[in-house]
Design a protein around this ligand. Structure first.
Ligand SMILES: *[C@@H]1O[C@H](CO)[C@@H](O)[C@H](O)[C@H]1NC(C)=O
Ligand SMILES: *[C@@H]1O[C@H](CO)[C@@H](O)[C@H](O)[C@H]1NC(C)=O
Ligand SMILES: *[C@@H]1O[C@H](CO)[C@@H](O)[C@H](O)[C@H]1NC(C)=O
Ligand SMILES: *[C@@H]1O[C@H](CO)[C@@H](O)[C@H](O)[C@H]1NC(C)=O
Ligand SMILES: *[C@@H]1O[C@H](CO)[C@@H](O)[C@H](O)[C@H]1NC(C)=O
Ligand SMILES: *[C@@H]1O[C@H](CO)[C@@H](O)[C@H](O)[C@H]1NC(C)=O
Ligand SMILES: *[C@@H]1O[C@H](CO)[C@@H](O)[C@H](O)[C@H]1NC(C)=O
Ligand SMILES: *[C@@H]1O[C@H](CO)[C@@H](O)[C@H](O)[C@H]1NC(C)=O
Ligand SMILES: *[C@@H]1O[C@H](CO)[C@@H](O)[C@H](O)[C@H]1NC(C)=O
Ligand SMILES: CC(=O)N[C@H]1CO[C@H](CO)[C@@H](O)[C@@H]1O
Length: 869
């Protein structure tokens, strides 16, 4: 971990901002510019439709935005004046000074308050619905709008139904909020001030979880010559790889939007990427044969070349393998006019085999998939993408031993895939939660017919060079999964992936399709949600029936477990079973709306981690699993559906604090780490004399438990046991201690003791030095401790946060799924002894940030974070 962390995160952020531009080598003078448009927006949200516009009335102008991604007849932009021109918000004369000033990425709903009318707990109770308008003045130089120049707007994600207006003209848009899109501003731009206005609309009942709202990812302005590399125009593949050499194939789509034929030359060199800076380093390692071609005006031409890379350094998943990256730097020159465009394409050299018996094989070595599913939100920061918050999610997952991520149930921010490339985490890139048949009234099924080809195709084209993606997922638990239609759609979507990529197979998360369905017959990798381990208390696995019918298709558990729990909460009595359906008399506290953290309880379709492990081991041909979920997320608070704000499924809570389950997974996934974890806590004044089960998660194979020094016996983990349990321990204050053994030798230990009352606040920062770019973050944890410095496990003291210096507290949280205090609040109750504050610096300001925490009757604490070093 240390070496991974040593790199500056914002070095990577910086690179992300430049993305297709400069990497020091050769392309410094690239005529391509990609400028962040994140600053200086004005925003307003309306709960009633303020403009009488709707997707239905704008659609004819928006559909042509998908033309590059459809193979059927292209849409023609309707002639005449586009709709919306009379709406005041698109006009330069409109005074937006009363609107909220915002910086992107921006999630308009995350500040709350909770309890938004018409928004269910399932959607997170936050005001994501309604119409939102964003406005920005775009200043352009006369050189930007001259013939021979093109201007593109790139929106990495807008939730949802985006309609983009420039100087009153409806340019286009994109309805699916999780996808990225690019619009050509060239015909509508002028020198001087241009008014860019973006309308978004989120219907109620459009999601099964918290979708976020607004321009929640980065937005860019791209300036290029009329001859340029097309959007997502490069493709690098490595069709044959050996220790001595790799064949690298390159394909570059070049667009000529001018009126005349251009003779272009394409020159591409390959460099290694430095793992800590993310930048090209050293001399060119290989050079593609340069290609010359005529590109007629108004056409797009694909240019191919190939080269050999000697002694390639392979990209492979950590920790067994190393995620080496290369970058291809391509320069396009036209006639005698020098470089007209240059782009960089990061890629990895690796091979993948999907084996029906051995599972996933990367670079010749089997890789057991130790995966999690995550939704896209970043806890109290909401859906607004933040590089450091996403990196922190991955850091904790890596610490647990995760090597795989399923981006459920939609395309993530592209930068997340830069992170998974860099950290060596393999990814299932998912696209849809519904196909043609709905799950909720206003979900993607409304867009299916007109948009699914463009959404699938543009996503695969956009991300096909990321070595971390090992499979595309064409859908999750689609209501169409068992019908004949399901088979047709599978064939269609897989064909799109083959056309745009062709190096990876496709999968889907199937919760009820059986082996006999048309879908499974067509699907390249069988992905099973829950049915593989047997749903609920049933131990009947469907893995054998799929494997027997399709012995050569790889199978993995695309969604497993769905264990629910609330951090630090233990509810008695505790089931003696290995897996138990949660309910009012099983793991739930119906008053507090918490679920017991013995990590045995789950909804009727799901399973405990232990049960999933047993079934995975029973069927060793299964390639591994993706646990639902790595982190808690906003919305879907099963089993307390409309009462709570956030999920109970996470192994890590919404604030980033580990639940007990973390160590259960770590013991299995990183067995080489000597580790023992004991639960519950041992401060139970009301339980004296009562049976209080003690469970131990350990990477050892044997352990002895002591209660106040007295042995409770030594136990071995038998086959099909993933925890050691002493269910008849009688509680008395003092200390419980476990000593774990492996192969008979002492291996690890842990203890819990009875603590005193809250005395002070212990404040720590995950990083005491951050960049002053306005994006980098420090995550500050406050522990309520007793006079000896031990965390008080049930403390719920109210904590007030404050900050001095050039920075701000963006949000606070505690991981309590029932806490309806708005996320920006500087006052927050501790939950199970802990609270979190997220801090960032003012952009461009350097100095010390002093973050203080205070609470009535307790000694306060503080921590100093340096911004701008
Ligand atoms: C869920 O809660 C929201 C407010 O938070 C409310 O508007 C909605 O009616 C509730 N739904 C149900 C089914 O109780
Ligand atoms: C959302 O769906 C629920 C259940 O179908 C319905 O009761 C509710 O009225 C819907 N809300 C809105 C705002 O349409
Ligand atoms: C160029 O590469 C693309 C993408 O790999 C491929 O589809 C196409 O067939 C290639 N064209 C030629 C002429 O080889
Ligand atoms: C192409 O030609 C048309 C009409 O002849 C002209 O209006 C337009 O500016 C030209 N475009 C470029 C990029 O030169
Ligand atoms: C080179 O630049 C000249 C002048 O700007 C232009 O007329 C010509 O079309 C350019 N040639 C190419 C091949 O781009
Ligand atoms: C498990 O499978 C057996 C044999 O097919 C069947 O009899 C039994 O009902 C199944 N149990 C459950 C809970 O589905
Ligand atoms: C549920 O929580 C309440 C409030 O903390 C507590 O009084 C009650 O004993 C709890 N019930 C169970 C079953 O743990
Ligand atoms: C725990 O105690 C119960 C009742 O006292 C007894 O039935 C059970 O066998 C005991 N379990 C163990 C593992 O000692
Ligand atoms: C208290 O803070 C110190 C560092 O400031 C840290 O090492 C320690 O683990 C913290 N204790 C608790 C209980 O959080
Ligand atoms: C202005 C112009 O003619 N642009 C065209 C350039 O070529 C691409 C690819 O064929 C077309 O999509 C553009 O319309």
């Amino acid at each position: 971990m240390a070496s991974l962390r040593s790199a500056s995160p914002s070095g990577f952020l910086f690179l992300g901002l430049l993305l297709l531009a400069v990497v020091g080598h050769a392309v410094a003078q690239s005529p391509r510019e990609r400028l962040s448009l994140n600053s200086d927006w004005r925003f307003s949200r309306f709960t009633d439709n303020p403009d009488q516009l709707s997707y239905a009335t704008l659609k004819a102008w928006i559909l042509p935005s998908s033309n590059d991604f459809i193979t059927r007849a292209k849409y023609q932009r309707p002639s005449g004046i586009s709709p919306g021109r009379n709406v005041q918000y698109v006009q330069s004369s409109f005074d937006d000074s009363k609107w909220e000033p915002v910086t992107l990425p921006h999630d308009w709903a995350i500040k709350g308050p909770f309890g938004a009318p018409g928004v269910s707990g399932s959607e997170g109770k936050l005001p994501y619905n309604g119409v939102g308008w964003y406005r920005k003045t775009l200043k352009l130089k006369s050189g930007d709008v001259s013939p021979g120049k093109n201007l593109y707007l790139e929106v990495d994600g807008a939730m949802s139904y985006a309609s983009v207006f420039l100087n009153g003209v409806l340019v286009g848009g994109w309805p699916y909020g999780y996808n990225s899109f690019r619009l050509n501003l060239t015909p509508y731009a002028k020198a001087g001030d241009n008014i860019l206005a973006i309308r978004l609309e989120n219907a109620p009942n459009s999601s099964r979880w918290y979708p976020g709202a607004g321009l929640y990812r980065n937005v860019w302005l791209v300036k290029v010559n009329s001859v340029h590399v097309a959007q997502y125009g490069t493709k690098v593949t490595t069709p044959s790889v050996s220790a001595g050499s790799a064949t690298v194939d390159l394909s570059v789509a070049i667009e000529n939007t001018s009126n005349s034929t251009k003779r272009i030359d394409l020159v591409t060199e390959i460099y290694e990427v430095d793992a800590s800076t993310g930048k090209a380093t050293g001399d060119a390692k290989a050079k593609f044969k340069s290609v010359s071609v005529n590109v007629a005006g108004g056409t797009k031409q694909v240019v191919n070349s190939t080269t050999k890379l000697s002694n390639p350094k392979l990209w492979g998943p950590a920790p067994e393998q190393t995620p080496h990256l290369y970058v291809a730097l391509s320069k396009v020159s036209a006639g005698g006019n020098g470089t007209v465009d240059s782009v960089e394409t990061k890629f990895g050299v690796r091979t993948i085999v999907y084996d029906g018996n051995k599972g996933l094989i990367v670079n010749g070595a089997p890789v057991y998939v130790k995966g999690v599913c995550n939704h896209h939100d970043l806890g109290s920061l909401g859906a607004a993408f933040n590089w450091r918050a996403a990196e922190r999610q991955l850091e904790l997952l890596l610490e647990m031993g995760t090597n795989a991520l399923r981006t459920s149930h939609n395309m993530p921010a592209s930068e997340l895939l830069d992170l998974t490339d860099r950290y060596g985490i393999i990814v299932i890139g998912e696209t849809f939660d519904t196909w043609k048949t709905k799950k909720v009234d206003n979900d993607y099924h409304l867009l299916w017919d007109e948009w699914h080809e463009a959404d699938m195709r543009s996503y695969v084209r956009r991300e096909r060079n990321h070595p971390s993606i090992v499979a595309w997922s064409i859908g999750n638990e689609m209501p169409d999964q068992s019908s004949a239609l399901g088979g047709q759609i599978t064939t269609e979507l897989q064909n799109i992936a083959r056309q745009e990529d062709g190096t990876r197979k496709s999968t889907a998360g199937l919760n009820n399709a059986g082996p006999g369905t048309a879908l499974v017959n067509a699907l390249e990798i069988i992905g099973l949600n829950y049915q593989g381990e047997g749903k609920g208390t049933s131990w009947n696995s469907t893995y054998p029936s799929f494997h027997n019918r399709y012995p050569n298709k790889m199978i993995w558990g695309t969604e497993t477990a769905s264990t629910v729990s609330t951090r630090g909460t233990y509810i008695f009595p505790v089931t003696s079973a290995k897996t138990a359906v949660v309910g009012p008399s099983a793991g739930e506290n119906v008053t507090t709306k918490y679920v017991s953290s013995y990590e045995l309880y789950h909804p009727s379709w799901a399973a405990s981690p232990d049960k999933v492990f047993i079934q995975q081991d029973n069927y060793p041909y299964v390639a591994g699993e993706f646990v639902w979920t790595g982190w808690d997320y906003i919305g879907e608070p099963t089993p307390f559906d409309n009462a709570s704000r956030s999920s109970y499924f996470g192994i890590i809570d919404l604030a980033g604090f580990k639940k007990d389950r973390f160590w259960l997974y770590q013991a299995r996934w990183r067995p080489e780490i000597p580790q023992a974890h004991i639960l519950p806590h041992w401060t139970w004044p009301s339980r004296v004399g009562q049976a209080t089960p003690v469970h131990v998660f350990t990477s050892g194979d044997e352990a002895e438990l002591f209660v106040n020094g007295k042995s409770q016996g030594r136990k071995k983990t038998e086959k099909s046991e993933y925890r050691l349990r002493w269910d008849n321990v009688t509680y008395s204050p003092g200390e419980i201690e476990v000593v774990a053994y492996k192969n008979g030798a002492k291996w690890a230990g842990d203890s819990k003791k009875t603590v005193g009352g809250p005395a002070k606040l212990n404040v720590t920062a995950d990083r005491t030095s951050i960049e002053n770019d306005g994006y980098d973050l420090s995550f500050i944890t406050v522990a309520v401790v007793d006079k000896n410095g031990d965390t008080v496990p049930q403390a719920s003291n109210t904590i007030s946060f404050s900050i001095e210096g050039p920075g701000e507290i963006v949000s606070t949280d505690n991981g309590d799924p029932t806490d309806m205090t708005a996320f920006p609040s500087l006052t927050r109750k501790a939950f199970s002894g802990l609270a979190l504050a997220i801090v960032r610096s003012k952009p461009g300001s350097s100095g010390s940030l002093t973050v203080s925490a205070a609470s009535n009757g307790l000694t306060g604490g503080k921590v100093i974070v340096q911004a701008g070093y």
